[in-house]
Design a protein around this ligand. Structure first.
Ligand SMILES: [Zn+2]
Length: 570
């Protein structure tokens, strides 16, 4: 990367064009008409997009990118064709590993925060393509389980930015092999598009075969979830708002429809048993979610994937997952996740996704007890542990990713699940339920940055400012607890006590459970131990203490190897 930048500077001086700021413009609005011809794997698009200059300078050049298997046909401003140069641009943000980039010279310079409307046209094909994975050494057979997007006569499913740039995006090159660069580019894109809107009319023609075809759009706006056509043509009006939280996605297949609106269920012939597991799991999952999060209101959709090994995908309240390999436990958990999205809409990813993953863990607890839920959360810990270790080691300021604003999936899914779980342990079920019931997405905006904190504090009657500071507003890494000292003692009457001092070596505070084992039993208490601090508690015991174990797994810690303390006999 450093070498590349050296060249940037050199060429910057040499070239008249100067440096191209690829992320200067945000696409604030899409209004597209998409024609699909599955037999030819073709996609053709025309329509209007609105570019807003979000950079620090006036801009006259815009870089618009689509998948490298698509080609730019025309770009016009105010009805007049504008000059553009089309070139391939290597980037792993698209499944082909490259983009078709149009470098557009706008008729006038666009000032800061000003917008310009462009009429655009492009077309091409979207076949299955695993290039971005195979070129970093992932075998084709495995790569196609994740990279399953395609337009084909039997099954069409295409996900948006981050998978297939089937609509124009404006991004710097993303690289899979270079650490987190791909995720950083995608996160930046989502953050910039957080408030953008997308309207598309999708029309598939030349659809053949006896069975009806279903066209599905990922929900995320006002549009319908599915449209059905038996004839040669099937079309759907799709709309997506808050592009930061949803990935515009469409699918077209000869699904069997077992929908009971607002619950939509589409499966392939032959996958009846898996589909039945979802149908059967709906009632208990809805009951559980209603009890905690309120009545699910928006429609949810589960759509089948043909390949049983396909990685599942989720956007808004659409889940695409193969129903061949479904077990009933997983079907229940998947439904709980989508139903929470439906019950608690939010444009804050850590609330929207965090609550849904937290609910999955609670549903595990209902089925298999607290330990099952903590084991389930433990799988999430691995996702963000390395990143938090880097935060802990970083010397520069602002190295972390504050949960409140991050678009990093591992944070707003996995870390957020833990944060909600810890809030539940601290506030109690009833108080947290009350806070969630009072939550309104429209109130959770920048005008009230402490909105969620205030709701929970009011319900729990407890100051949680320190916790939100360490876990939500800032990224201070993770705590690291150990027993600093123990002091067993006896009263004159022979009652046994132990004084336990815990130390938190990390930069994030937490309330952590610890269990004292004694002859004939164990007792669990909880202690609030702030960052780089100690806390002490006196506990009465019916026997002589032998061992203390800190943290049952409910607090994500940086180091779990120092959590057991053996007490030697006096
Ligand atoms: Zn989700």
């Amino acid at each position: 990367m450093r070498f590349f930048c050296v060249f940037c500077v050199l060429f910057g001086f040499a070239s008249a064009a100067g440096a191209l700021e690829r992320e200067a413009f945000t696409v604030a609005k899409y209004d597209l008409e998409i024609r699909l011809e599955p037999e030819q794997q073709r996609l053709g698009a025309r329509g209007k997009i609105t570019l807003r200059n979000d950079s620090a300078h006036p801009q006259k050049i815009a870089a618009l990118q689509i998948s490298s298997s698509l080609n730019w046909l025309s770009i016009r401003v105010g009805g007049k064709a504008v000059q553009f140069v089309s070139q391939p641009y290597t980037s792993d943000i698209d499944h082909t590993g490259a983009l078709s980039e149009a470098i557009v010279t706008l008729p006038v310079e666009i000032r800061l925060k000003d917008s310009v409307d462009l009429e655009i046209g492009y077309e091409g094909v979207i076949p299955l393509d695993t290039t971005r994975l195979t070129r970093v050494g992932i075998p084709e057979g495995i790569a196609k389980h994740t990279s399953w997007d395609e337009i084909s006569p039997s099954f069409t499913a295409v996900r948006g930015a981050g998978y297939v740039a089937w609509y124009p995006i404006t991004t710097e090159s993303a690289d899979f092999s270079e650490g987190n660069s791909l995720f950083e580019v995608v996160d930046r894109w989502k953050a910039r598009e957080a408030g953008s809107e997308f309207k598309a009319e999708l029309v598939a023609s030349g659809v053949t075969g006896e069975a009806p075809r279903f066209m599905i759009c990922s929900p995320g706006g006002q549009g319908p979830i599915a449209a059905m056509g038996r004839e040669q043509q099937v079309s759907a009006e799709c709309s997506w708002t808050r592009l930061g939280a949803v990935t515009p996605t469409f699918a077209l297949a000869n699904y069997q429809d077992q929908s009971k609106p607002p619950f939509y269920l589409f499966s392939f012939p032959g996958h009846e048993e898996g589909a039945r597991k979802y149908s059967n799991a709906l009632e208990p999952a809805t009951k559980f979610v209603s009890g905690w999060f309120g009545q699910p209101s928006a429609a949810i959709a589960i759509a089948d994937l043909a390949d049983p090994n396909s990685a599942p995908f989720e956007s808004g309240t659409l889940l695409m997952a193969s129903m061949t390999a479904e077990d009933s436990k997983l079907a229940g958990i998947n439904l709980v996740h989508e139903l929470v999205h439906s019950a608690v809409p939010s444009s804050r990813p850590w609330v929207h996704e965090g609550l849904a993953h937290f609910a999955e863990a609670m549903y595990r607890q209902e089925q298999g007890g607290r330990q099952a839920a903590l084991d389930f959360l433990g799988l999430h810990r691995a996702a963000f542990l390395d990143s938090e270790k880097e935060v802990a080691a970083a010397t520069r300021k602002n190295a972390g990713k504050p949960l409140a604003v991050t678009f990093d999936e591992t944070y707003y899914r996995s870390k957020a699940a833990y944060v909600w779980w810890m809030l539940r342990d601290m506030a109690g079920d009833d108080a947290l339920k009350e806070a969630i019931r009072k939550y309104r997405a429209e109130d959770d905006n920048d005008k009230a940055p402490k909105y969620v904190e205030r709701l929970i504090e009011a319900a729990a009657r407890r100051d949680l400012g320190w916790f939100f500071d360490d876990w939500v507003y800032q990224d201070r890494g993770l705590p690291d607890f150990h027993v600093q000292s123990v002091h067993p003692w006896k009263t004159e009457k022979g009652e046994q006590f132990i004084t336990v001092t815990l130390e938190n070596l990390g930069n994030a505070g937490a309330e952590v459970p610890f269990t004292i084992f004694f002859e004939g039993g164990e007792i669990t208490k909880r202690m609030e131990v702030r960052a780089k601090a100690t806390a002490t508690m006196r506990v009465e015991l019916p026997g002589t203490a032998t061992k203390i174990v800190i943290n049952d797994g409910s607090v994500p810690e940086i180091d779990l190897t120092n959590n057991v303390f053996k007490i030697s006999a006096p």
